[in-house]
Design a protein around this ligand. Structure first.
Ligand SMILES: [Zn+2]
Length: 264
């Protein structure tokens, strides 16, 4: 989700307190440490359980790939540039894989995935539904994160995306030689999957450097590759594209594991 909207919503959260138990107490279940809220009445609790099951499986592979750092064949060097933030990347991806408890202020609690619907509960949640999930005159978002609430809001648009996980056919095409090597497509094939969208929003919750990022979020694959080391680690889509590239077993990137883009 765009950071400007996120900041607006954070301001709302900072200035209002809302009862967090307005949703039906029975419309809650758990998957590992993740809490799934308010999804049964839109018939998506089972879908989220299945998604999180495969999600954990994918992270098993991604975490093993991360051990290779910039030698990863799946784009760590392209999306993170160097091993400077490797330890942080491991911590964040491990936390996401486990659904580690989040701390906001004095409260520590499990992460929540919450389905938004027209019957959404009050306060900031309703604002998210109105402004992010179904904004007038703008493209609806698939999901949004509320870091202070430790919550990812799943919008109805999320369920319109039919693809759960990216495959090899989604790997962006790389063309050009030496320092002119570029992704020739946007990488939407990788990102327009429930997996990549969920990773993106969870990075907003778990990455301590996310809020420090000062520039507008970048989404296109080549724009993410073009970011510097610190900009990369602050841009949620860089994390999502690396995770999606590893999940899809992509092996061609503008910046390769070994610096052979300088030679070929
Ligand atoms: Zn975002």
């Amino acid at each position: 989700m765009q950071r400007t909207i996120l900041l607006y919503l954070l301001c709302l959260l900072a200035h209002h307190t809302y009862p967090s138990s307005a949703a039906s107490a029975r419309d809650t279940s758990t998957s590992g440490n993740y809490i799934i809220n308010n999804c049964q009445h839109v018939n998506h609790t089972t879908d989220l359980h299945h998604l999180l099951h495969r999600f954990r499986h994918a992270f098993h592979y991604i975490l093993a790939d991360l051990d290779k750092g910039t030698s990863s064949p799946h784009g760590f060097r392209a999306f993170f540039k160097s091993n400077t933030n490797l330890r942080l990347a491991k911590q964040v991806f491990q936390a996401i894989a486990r659904g580690q408890n989040l701390t906001a202020g004095a409260i520590t609690k499990p992460p929540v995935l919450e389905c938004a619907s027209p019957a959404f509960r009050t306060g900031v949640y309703q604002e998210v539904y109105r402004m992010v999930c179904t904004p007038a005159g703008r493209k609806p978002s698939h999901a949004a994160s509320l870091p202070l609430e430790g919550t990812v809001i799943i919008c109805p648009e999320f369920w319109k995306e039919e693809r759960d996980f990216p495959g090899e056919e989604d790997c962006p095409v790389v063309e050009g030689r030496r320092k002119n090597r570029k992704f020739m497509d946007s990488g939407w094939g990788l990102r327009d999957t429930k997996f990549a969208m969920l990773v993106h929003e969870l990075v907003h919750l778990y990455n301590p450097l996310d809020a420090a990022a000062k520039t507008a979020e970048k989404y296109r694959a080549q724009d993410c590759v073009d970011l510097g080391v610190q900009e990369s680690v602050g841009n949620a889509e860089n994390w999502a594209l690396y995770a999606a590239s590893a999940a899809a077993r992509c092996t061609k990137f503008p910046i390769s594991p070994a610096p052979d883009e300088l030679r070929i």
